[in-house]
Design a protein around this ligand. Structure first.
Ligand code: IDP
Ligand code: MG
Length: 157
Protein backbone atom coordinates (compact mmCIF):
# COMPACT_ATOMS: atom_id res chain seq x y z
CA UNK A 1 0.00 0.00 0.00
CA UNK A 2 1.08 3.57 -0.57
CA UNK A 3 3.11 5.26 2.15
CA UNK A 4 3.68 8.90 3.05
CA UNK A 5 5.71 10.85 5.60
CA UNK A 6 4.32 13.26 8.13
CA UNK A 7 6.28 15.33 10.62
CA UNK A 8 4.42 16.58 13.66
CA UNK A 9 6.37 19.79 14.08
CA UNK A 10 8.02 21.10 17.28
CA UNK A 11 5.26 23.72 17.68
CA UNK A 12 2.67 20.92 17.92
CA UNK A 13 4.78 19.07 20.49
CA UNK A 14 5.09 22.26 22.57
CA UNK A 15 1.37 22.87 22.35
CA UNK A 16 0.48 19.34 23.43
CA UNK A 17 -1.55 18.41 20.35
CA UNK A 18 0.52 15.47 19.09
CA UNK A 19 -2.13 12.98 20.19
CA UNK A 20 -4.95 14.97 18.57
CA UNK A 21 -3.09 14.98 15.27
CA UNK A 22 -2.24 11.28 15.30
CA UNK A 23 -5.84 10.52 16.26
CA UNK A 24 -7.09 12.26 13.09
CA UNK A 25 -5.02 9.96 10.90
CA UNK A 26 -5.89 6.83 12.90
CA UNK A 27 -9.62 7.57 12.76
CA UNK A 28 -9.41 8.11 9.02
CA UNK A 29 -8.02 4.60 8.62
CA UNK A 30 -4.42 5.48 7.79
CA UNK A 31 -2.16 2.90 9.36
CA UNK A 32 1.10 3.66 11.17
CA UNK A 33 4.00 1.87 9.48
CA UNK A 34 6.64 3.70 11.56
CA UNK A 35 6.92 6.38 14.22
CA UNK A 36 9.82 8.07 16.05
CA UNK A 37 10.82 11.18 17.99
CA UNK A 38 13.92 13.02 16.87
CA UNK A 39 15.69 16.34 16.83
CA UNK A 40 16.18 17.80 13.36
CA UNK A 41 19.89 18.41 12.70
CA UNK A 42 21.20 21.26 10.49
CA UNK A 43 21.84 18.66 7.76
CA UNK A 44 18.30 17.28 7.95
CA UNK A 45 16.74 20.75 7.78
CA UNK A 46 18.90 21.74 4.79
CA UNK A 47 18.04 18.52 2.95
CA UNK A 48 14.35 18.45 3.80
CA UNK A 49 13.75 22.10 2.96
CA UNK A 50 16.30 22.37 0.10
CA UNK A 51 13.58 23.95 -2.07
CA UNK A 52 13.29 26.85 0.40
CA UNK A 53 16.91 27.66 1.43
CA UNK A 54 16.97 30.81 -0.68
CA UNK A 55 13.69 32.15 0.70
CA UNK A 56 13.86 35.06 3.17
CA UNK A 57 11.86 33.15 5.78
CA UNK A 58 14.22 30.14 5.75
CA UNK A 59 16.11 31.12 8.96
CA UNK A 60 12.78 31.34 10.80
CA UNK A 61 11.62 28.03 9.37
CA UNK A 62 14.91 26.38 10.39
CA UNK A 63 14.68 27.77 13.93
CA UNK A 64 11.08 26.62 14.24
CA UNK A 65 11.99 23.07 13.14
CA UNK A 66 14.80 22.96 15.72
CA UNK A 67 12.92 24.58 18.60
CA UNK A 68 12.12 21.17 20.13
CA UNK A 69 12.10 17.55 18.95
CA UNK A 70 9.48 16.41 16.47
CA UNK A 71 7.53 13.24 15.75
CA UNK A 72 8.02 11.54 12.38
CA UNK A 73 5.36 9.11 11.20
CA UNK A 74 5.13 6.92 8.14
CA UNK A 75 1.45 6.42 7.28
CA UNK A 76 0.04 3.82 4.97
CA UNK A 77 -3.19 3.59 2.99
CA UNK A 78 -4.72 3.68 -0.48
CA UNK A 79 -3.60 6.94 -2.14
CA UNK A 80 -2.09 7.94 1.21
CA UNK A 81 -0.03 10.86 -0.14
CA UNK A 82 -2.97 12.73 -1.64
CA UNK A 83 -5.36 11.83 1.17
CA UNK A 84 -2.99 13.08 3.88
CA UNK A 85 -2.30 16.34 2.03
CA UNK A 86 -6.07 16.95 1.83
CA UNK A 87 -6.40 16.26 5.56
CA UNK A 88 -3.51 18.62 6.37
CA UNK A 89 -4.77 21.61 4.34
CA UNK A 90 -2.93 24.42 2.56
CA UNK A 91 0.37 25.85 3.83
CA UNK A 92 -1.04 29.04 5.35
CA UNK A 93 -3.17 27.74 8.21
CA UNK A 94 -5.35 30.86 8.19
CA UNK A 95 -6.49 29.90 4.70
CA UNK A 96 -6.72 26.18 5.44
CA UNK A 97 -10.31 24.96 5.48
CA UNK A 98 -11.96 24.18 8.80
CA UNK A 99 -11.90 20.41 9.21
CA UNK A 100 -8.31 20.18 8.02
CA UNK A 101 -5.54 19.78 10.60
CA UNK A 102 -3.97 23.18 9.86
CA UNK A 103 -7.43 24.73 9.57
CA UNK A 104 -8.41 23.45 13.01
CA UNK A 105 -5.16 23.68 14.97
CA UNK A 106 -3.15 26.66 13.71
CA UNK A 107 -3.24 30.37 12.88
CA UNK A 108 0.16 30.44 11.16
CA UNK A 109 1.75 29.99 7.75
CA UNK A 110 5.05 28.98 9.36
CA UNK A 111 4.08 27.27 12.63
CA UNK A 112 1.58 25.12 10.78
CA UNK A 113 1.85 22.02 13.01
CA UNK A 114 2.50 19.33 10.37
CA UNK A 115 4.55 18.50 7.32
CA UNK A 116 3.23 16.03 4.76
CA UNK A 117 4.90 14.70 1.59
CA UNK A 118 3.51 16.37 -1.52
CA UNK A 119 3.97 13.59 -4.13
CA UNK A 120 4.46 9.83 -4.26
CA UNK A 121 7.99 10.41 -5.55
CA UNK A 122 8.90 12.80 -2.72
CA UNK A 123 7.24 10.53 -0.16
CA UNK A 124 9.71 7.74 -1.00
CA UNK A 125 12.67 10.10 -0.63
CA UNK A 126 11.34 11.62 2.60
CA UNK A 127 10.50 8.26 4.22
CA UNK A 128 14.08 7.13 3.52
CA UNK A 129 15.37 10.41 4.94
CA UNK A 130 13.74 9.80 8.32
CA UNK A 131 13.50 5.99 8.62
CA UNK A 132 15.79 3.01 8.17
CA UNK A 133 14.05 0.08 6.49
CA UNK A 134 14.16 -1.83 9.79
CA UNK A 135 12.14 0.94 11.47
CA UNK A 136 9.17 0.43 9.13
CA UNK A 137 6.74 -2.38 9.82
CA UNK A 138 4.61 -4.59 7.63
CA UNK A 139 1.88 -6.19 9.68
CA UNK A 140 -1.47 -7.75 9.00
CA UNK A 141 -4.41 -5.47 9.68
CA UNK A 142 -7.44 -7.09 11.24
CA UNK A 143 -9.82 -4.50 9.81
CA UNK A 144 -8.68 -3.77 6.25
CA UNK A 145 -11.66 -5.65 4.77
CA UNK A 146 -14.00 -3.39 6.75
CA UNK A 147 -12.13 -0.24 5.69
CA UNK A 148 -11.90 -0.89 1.96
CA UNK A 149 -14.18 -2.42 -0.66
CA UNK A 150 -13.27 -5.52 -2.61
CA UNK A 151 -12.40 -3.62 -5.77
CA UNK A 152 -10.19 -1.20 -3.82
CA UNK A 153 -8.38 -4.08 -2.15
CA UNK A 154 -7.56 -5.48 -5.60
CA UNK A 155 -6.36 -2.11 -6.84
CA UNK A 156 -4.40 -0.65 -3.92
CA UNK A 157 -3.12 -3.52 -1.77
P1 IDP B 1 3.96 22.68 2.75
O1 IDP B 1 4.47 22.41 4.16
O2 IDP B 1 2.49 23.03 2.75
O3 IDP B 1 4.31 21.59 1.78
P2 IDP B 1 6.14 24.26 1.60
O4 IDP B 1 5.98 25.30 0.54
O5 IDP B 1 6.81 22.99 1.24
O6 IDP B 1 4.67 24.01 2.22
O7 IDP B 1 6.92 24.96 2.80
C1 IDP B 1 7.49 24.21 3.83
C2 IDP B 1 7.26 24.91 5.14
O8 IDP B 1 7.92 26.19 5.12
C3 IDP B 1 5.80 25.26 5.46
O9 IDP B 1 5.09 24.17 6.00
C4 IDP B 1 5.95 26.40 6.42
O10 IDP B 1 6.30 25.93 7.72
C5 IDP B 1 7.15 27.14 5.84
N1 IDP B 1 6.74 28.21 4.92
C6 IDP B 1 6.33 28.07 3.63
N2 IDP B 1 6.03 29.26 3.09
C7 IDP B 1 6.22 30.17 4.07
C8 IDP B 1 6.09 31.62 4.12
O11 IDP B 1 5.73 32.28 3.15
N3 IDP B 1 6.41 32.21 5.31
C9 IDP B 1 6.84 31.50 6.39
N4 IDP B 1 6.99 30.18 6.38
C10 IDP B 1 6.69 29.51 5.24
MG1 MG C 1 6.22 20.97 1.20
Amino acid sequence: MERTLILIKPNALQRGIVGDIITRFERKGLRLAGMKMLFMTDELVAEHYAHLVERPFFPYLKASMQAAPLIACCLEGAEAVETVRLMVGVTNSRKALPGTIRGDFSMSGEQNVVHASDSVENALVEINRFFNPAELYDYESAVTRFEYGGEESQKYM
